[in-house]
Design a binder for this molecule. Structure first.
Ligand code: HEC
Length: 200
């Protein structure tokens, strides 16, 4: 082969994939070659019957490989990957995205207290607070029956509830990652309206 097909490849590549394949006579260089197949076994090498020593030598290779395998597995030879560079500190005076909106949503007096906020508050209080503070806020939740130290009774004014949810008070809070600002206000309004002494 002299590489005479290379210009042909280049031409196809230049024409692009959409180029129609031109029908035509088979070029002479692609005509079947009269040469004999390259890997035909020579007529003289008619395989003789394998001798016992030859077959033993043939087994040796796979055996050596088998015993070398654990050794090869021991050395992986890959270079250690570089540890990533430490994160750059945030620019001076920058605040995380959404901080201003979060502050605005948490600022008093909070969303208007209507029926939907009250329902939301009662629902979230039952989920997140009642286990300790009790359904009516008496501080008689199930954890107290199971040995938790006494819990002061509610109600509390909304600012204290908002702070209790946002910070860690009494080892149970914060719930800031589980309650959205609206939910926090709803719970705070619910806690504000609790009447433990009037509850059944
Ligand atoms: C694991 C139990 C537990 C859960 C759950 C819990 N609290 Fe408390 N909470 C306490 C304890 C204990 C105290 C008393 C902490 C103290 O006296 O230092 C407390 C105190 C408070 C106070 C009074 C804080 C103050 O300023 O004195 C408020 C308000 C409050 N919790 C609201 C809530 C709200 C709202 C929830 C639900 C979102 C909640 N708590 C869930 C255990 C709990």
């Amino acid at each position: 082969m002299s590489g005479a097909w290379l210009p042909g490849i280049a031409r196809i590549a230049a024409a692009g994939p959409e180029a129609p394949v031109a029908p035509g006579p088979v070029p002479p260089r692609m005509a079947p070659s009269p040469r004999p197949p390259a890997f035909a076994p020579p007529a003289s090498a008619a395989s003789p019957a394998p001798s016992p020593t030859a077959s033993a030598a043939g087994l040796l290779g796979p055996l050596v490989l088998l015993f070398a395998m654990p050794l090869l597995a021991g050395c992986d030879g890959w270079p250690e990957s570089q540890p990533p560079p430490p994160p750059r500190p945030a620019p001076e005076g920058s605040v995380a995205r959404g901080t201003a909106a979060l502050r605005a949503a948490l600022a008093p007096p909070g969303p208007p207290v209507d029926g939907s906020l009250r329902r939301l508050g009662a629902d979230r209080y039952a989920i997140f607070c009642a286990a300790c503070h009790g359904a009516a806020g008496r501080g008689d939740g199930v954890v107290v029956a199971r040995g938790h130290p006494p819990i002061p009774p509610l109600p509390a004014d909304p600012a204290r509830s908002m702070a209790a949810i946002a910070e860690n008070r009494g080892g149970s809070h914060p719930f800031a990652d589980r309650l959205s600002p609206r939910e926090r206000w709803a719970v705070a309004r619910h806690v504000e309206a609790l009447r433990p002494e009037a509850a059944p």
